[in-house]
Structures are given as structure tokens and as C-alpha cells.
Design a protein around this ligand. Structure first.
Ligand SMILES: Cc1ncc(COP(=O)(O)O)c(C=O)c1O
Length: 387
């Protein structure tokens, strides 16, 4: 047996939000006594899920046995029913859809699993300014993350992917509506590009219900061949705490991922599936939630605008993607610090989402109106255009 030598492998980078902790502490120290910090940094819902969902969570009687990785028939049928109602697409819940434990684990692990299927490809393509887990999933699998530039009006500039990267691509991630930019992507074009290059397209659609510019979109409208849509109840139904999502599309891809995930022991807990089935069957609570986000986006956009920060209305999602004013010297981190120290408002510096985000901050409207009103009072008369 050979001795194990010193290891010099992968070192996980600092977790983005851990880096914000210092800023949060400083602002809390200043505002702790008078209303505290208003945390709009992480996109974690603050509103309640529907009571019937909580009731189902507590009373399903499914605690004793192991749940199936694919998800219960009720959960899959409810998810497929929602896809039909909301997007007008039809998927077979027996072969084209399976449960995942929230979607972050799916986003982080899929590159690793697809690489087992096709070891000849080593590259993960993902939007240049995006949710960090697409690139992290590549790194965790020892693969090459390659950002795809984005078009100014939204969507991937797939013509800019060089031939070698396309030839090595294991998968392409898309995300519409985009976290953090709030822009929409042409999913038909993404599906067509993937088919042309033999690259599976994984479409993260977890903010679809909060599409403000036209109807919600799914890549499944382009057919299931070579594509997988990824959905979550975290944002749709304020259920981030219970971890429920699903993936649906190409039966070969879904079937392969399901087989691997079964071996890995990835299962949505039974009571969570029971609650998820109730949530997917109901659209009314989503209408209520849409109004909450619409009102907060409107309000905060005006509050920030009064201080000289002009954010466009997002095409989708519940984030304001705020450009740092040209005369403001400190970039996204500097603006994050000013907002925290002057407004007690914690936001995310845009560089968390890629180098191209460095000139922005992201504001998640995940605090109730009365908390946002506290920020409005603090920022009243504060000019943030310079400094
Ligand atoms: C773009 C995007 N995808 C996926 C997720 C993961 O969500 P969850 O794991 O709660 O389903 C998030 C969470 O913020 C997100 O912003």
C-alpha cells in the first residue's frame, strides 16, 4: 500500500455571502438600535407559503418510509399539471420528469454526472453574469467553466462561443429570467444551438412565475429533445426552507440523471413532496406573491432613484440590478458599503455574479414594505451619485 502524501488539490473559494458579513456587522452596529439592518442581499423569500401547503407538510404520514428519488406520482403529476397550465407544454410524468432536492444541488451536481456519461467533453458553458453555482458545478467536477457573453438586451451571445469550446462542451446552462440581471433569454435559440452542436441545454427557470415582460417561458416549448428545464418551489411558493424542485425534458437525459441520482441517495423527503403537490396545484397564492414583488420593486426602484441610482424594471425576477453611477468611484463593493452604512440596506455587490457584474449591485426585494419604508426614510436626501 502506498503512503498518502500531502494533498494540494481544490480549495473552495470563500462563499460569496460570507464575504458580506463584515459589511452587515458594521451596518448592524450603526442601525441596530433604530430599526436594524434591512437585508436584501440573499434572494430568500420572507413571505408565508399557503396554509394548505403547511398543513400537507404536517399531515402526510409519509415520514416512515424512504421516498423514491424520482418523486411520488402525486408530486410528479402536480408538477406536470403546472407545466401544462402555466406554459402550455406536455411532459410525461413517468419518463420525462423527476424530483430534486431544491434546485441548487441539481445545478451543482449535474455537470459531474453528465461527465460520467460523456468523459470526452470537459467544458461547462454558462451565462457570463449569473448565479455562481453554474460555474461552481464545473469546478466541483474538476471541469472547465467557460462563460458565454451576453447580449445587451438579454440572452446568450452563442455566436461568440468559440469552436473549440463548443466541441468540448458537456452542457450549456441558461437562466431566464436571469438572476441577477432580470433579463430574459431566447430559449428557442439556445435549444437550437444545443441541438446543432450535440450539447444538452439545461434551462434554469426558477423565476419563471415572476416574469413581468410577457408570459413565462420554458425551453420545453421547443420540444424535449436535448433539453432539460429546472424548476423550484423555493421562489414560486415561498418554500426555500423545505427544498423541493424538479427537472423535466429529454427522457434520455432525465432517465440517466435519475439513475445516477438514485445511487447517490438524492431524495425529496416524503412530507415535502406531499406539500409540493399541493403547492403546484394552486396558482392563486402565486398571483398574491407576484403583486407583493411588483409593489416592492416599484417602491425600491423609486427610493434608489431619488438617491441617483437608476435601475431598470427587470423583465423578470425579484431583483433590481443597479448600475453604479459613473461618478461613483468605489464600484459595486463601494456602493454596497455606502448603502449599508447610510441606508442600513444590505445588497450584493455585482461581482458575486461574475467579473462583468462588477459595476452593479443586486437588490433582492425580499423584505416586507414596512422594512423597505425604513430604508426610504434613512436614504431620504442622501445623494449616492458620487464619492
Ligand atoms: C438562478 C437560481 N437558480 C437556482 C437557485 C436555487 O434555488 P433552490 O435551490 O432553492 O431551488 C437559485 C436560488 O437563489 C437561483 O437564483
Amino acid at each position: 500500500m502506498s503512503a498518502v502524501g500531502p494533498v494540494s488539490g481544490f480549495t473552495p473559494p470563500p462563499y460569496p455571502y460570507d464575504r458580506l458579513a463584515v459589511v452587515a456587522r458594521q451596518a448592524s452596529a450603526r442601525f441596530g438600535e433604530i430599526g436594524g439592518l434591512v437585508d436584501c442581499s440573499v434572494g430568500t423569500p420572507c413571505d408565508p407559503p399557503p396554509p394548505a401547503v403547511v398543513e400537507a407538510l404536517a399531515s402526510s404520514g409519509t415520514e416512515r418510509g424512504y421516498p423514491a428519488s424520482i418523486g411520488s406520482a402525486a408530486y410528479r403529476q402536480a408538477a406536470a399539471g403546472w407545466l401544462g397550465r402555466r406554459f402550455g407544454v406536455s411532459v410525461d410524468p413517468a419518463t420525462e420528469l423527476a424530483a430534486c432536492v431544491g434546485t441548487k444541488e441539481f445545478v451543482a451536481s449535474t455537470a459531474q454526472y453528465l461527465h460520467l456519461r460523456d468523459p470526452s467533453r470537459d467544458t461547462v458553458l454558462y451565462p457570463a453574469v449569473s448565479y455562481p453555482t453554474y460555474a461552481m458545478g464545473a469546478l466541483l467536477a474538476g471541469l472547465r467553466p467557460v462563460p458565454v457573453p451576453e447580449l445587451a438586451g438579454g440572452g446568450l451571445d452563442l455566436d461568440a462561443v468559440d469552436g473549440e469550446d463548443a466541441g468540448r462542451a458537456l452542457l450549456l446552462w441558461t437562466n431566464t429570467p436571469s438572476n441577477p440581471t432580470g433579463l430574459l433569454t431566447d430559449l428557442d435559440a439556445a435549444a437550437a444551438w444545443g441541438r446543432r452542436h450535440g450539447v444538452p441545454v439545461l434551462s434554469d427557470e426558477c423565476y419563471a412565475e415572476f416574469t413581468w415582460d410577457g408570459p413565462p417561458r420554458t425551453i420545453l416549448t421547443a420540444g424535449t429533445d436535448g433539453v432539460v428545464a429546472v424548476h423550484s418551489l423555493s421562489k414560486r411558493s415561498n418554500l426555500a426552507g423545505v427544498r423541493a424542485g424538479f427537472y423535466a425534458g429529454d427522457p434520455d437525459l432525465v432517465g440517466f440523471l435519475l439513475d445516477v441520482r438514485k445511487h447517490a441517495g438524492l431524495m425529496v423527503p416524503g412530507p415535502v413532496q406531499a406539500a409540493g403537490a399541493v403547492a403546484f396545484a394552486d396558482d392563486l397564492h402565486v398571483e398574491v406573491q407576484r403583486e407583493r414583488y411588483r409593489q416592492r420593486l416599484d417602491f425600491l426602484r423609486e427610493v434608489l432613484g431619488a438617491s441617483g441610482l437608476d435601475a431598470p424594471w427587470p423583465q423578470g425576477g425579484f431583483y433590481l440590478w443597479v448600475p453604479v453611477p459613473p461618478a461613483f468611484a468605489g464600484g459595486g463593493w463601494g456602493l454596497t458599503e455606502r448603502l449599508a452604512t447610510e441606508g442600513g440596506l444590505l445588497v450584493s455587490p455585482g461581482e458575486f455574479y461574475g467579473d462583468g457584474g462588477a459595476g452593479f449591485v443586486r437588490v433582492a426585494v425580499v423584505q416586507p414594505m414596512e422594512r423597505l419604508e425604513v430604508v426610504a426614510e434613512r436614504l431620504s436626501g442622501v445623494d449616492l451619485t458620487g464619492g
